[in-house]
Design a protein around this ligand. Structure first.
Ligand code: PA5
Length: 329
């Protein structure tokens, strides 16, 4: 528990170091004409794809996909840039999609702390960023995000900086807010409501609560929320649901949702995560919910670091992929 909490508390320092990660072999790849960009990765690494896709869908003219599967969609071909992100470098879904991308001769880059993925990238001379080790994947978000952006900056000639994020991640008033959030969530099922533009933070919140605090949780996204989930709240308010509205920008629809849920008798907490820009807001929001999930684990008396069920699932995937794929992982 203590190490994970310290790792989260030190996110500002982690990000500061990550801004200087070396991008290796970027020059081997010609990404001047691309039909699309795909991020492949799972869980705490896959969230990087969610964060970047949401950003790029408003900034660039080609499709950007997040793939959380061992299956690479058919539309990904040799004109696509595929970035495989896996903190351990050993996640089989990510390795499987990576192999398939190289088989299709897509332009492939890698972000990992080591493992098979880093080894394969080195052997094949692929563009890569090797991030620092010794974190749990979910605690390495600043490294993975900065590493992936650093790689993209080089490959497709962008100039995106996360520098202001360092300052945001040193605003330790977040600790108090996270502790209060954990107290509010304790004993209930967290339901995060978020606008579509900050969906990655809502998803991150759900995942952090699942993995660190070991409880079920869900995330609802506006505007889709208003077309189905909204009806589900018409029944009697349940006192075991804990609603948290995550506000990253001014979206009147989220205020509508807050008012609607309050009218139904729900005690809706609001997290104001908006900071300088998209990335600072996402980093701050992810930090806040990460800290809250560790505090909640403390209140529940569970170890936030151990994720036995994920290991069990990974064992299953290994046996499954061994018999269905024609290459040895
Ligand atoms: O946060 C976690 O520990 C998990 O969600 C992992 O990120 C997930 O299992 C994938 O592993 P990796 O990030 O090493 O590819």
């Amino acid at each position: 528990m203590r190490k994970l909490l310290e790792d989260y508390m030190n996110w500002g320092f982690q990000l500061e170091r990550a801004l200087n990660y070396e991008v290796v072999d970027a020059q081997v790849l010609d990404a001047s004409t691309l039909s699309g960009i795909a991020f492949v990765g799972m869980g705490g690494s896959g969230i990087v794809g969610d964060i970047l896709s949401k950003y790029f869908e408003r900034e660039i003219d080609i499709p950007v996909a997040t793939i959380k599967s061992y299956v690479l969609p058919r539309y990904v071909n040799s004109d696509w840039l595929v970035i495989a992100v896996s903190y351990s470098g050993n996640t089989l879904e990510t390795l499987s999609a990576f192999y398939e991308a190289t088989r299709r001769r897509a332009k492939v880059g890698v972000v990992a702390s080591g493992g098979q993925l880093a080894l394969l990238a080195e052997r094949r001379g692929l563009p890569r960023v090797i991030v620092e080790k010794d974190y749990l994947p979910r605690a390495a978000l600043p490294s993975l995000l900065a590493g992936t952006l650093g790689l993209l900056n080089k490959l497709i000639e962008l100039d995106i900086s996360l520098e202001k994020g360092v300052e945001v991640l040193r605003d330790f008033s977040a600790l108090n807010e996270a502790e209060n959030l954990a107290k509010y969530l304790y004993g209930g099922i967290p339901v995060f409501v978020v606008s579509e533009s900050f969906y990655p933070v809502g998803l991150r919140a759900k995942n952090e609560i699942n993995e660190n605090a070991k409880i079920a949780s869900k995330v609802e996204v506006i505007p889709e929320w208003g077309h189905n989930d909204i009806v589900g709240w018409e029944g009697n308010p349940r006192n075991w649901l804990r609603v948290v509205a995550i506000k990253g920008d001014q979206d009147p629809a989220i205020d509508f949702a807050i008012d609607y849920l309050r009218e139904l008798g729900h005690d809706v907490r609001t997290l104001e995560i908006g900071r300088y820009g998209y990335f600072e807001t996402v980093l701050y929001g992810s930090w806040l919910v990460g800290l809250a999930s560790v505090f909640l684990a403390g209140l529940r008396g569970v170890d936030p670091e151990v994720t036995k069920s994920i290991e069990k699932y990974k064992e299953f995937v290994r046996s499954y992929l061994m018999v269905t794929q024609d290459y040895v992982l």
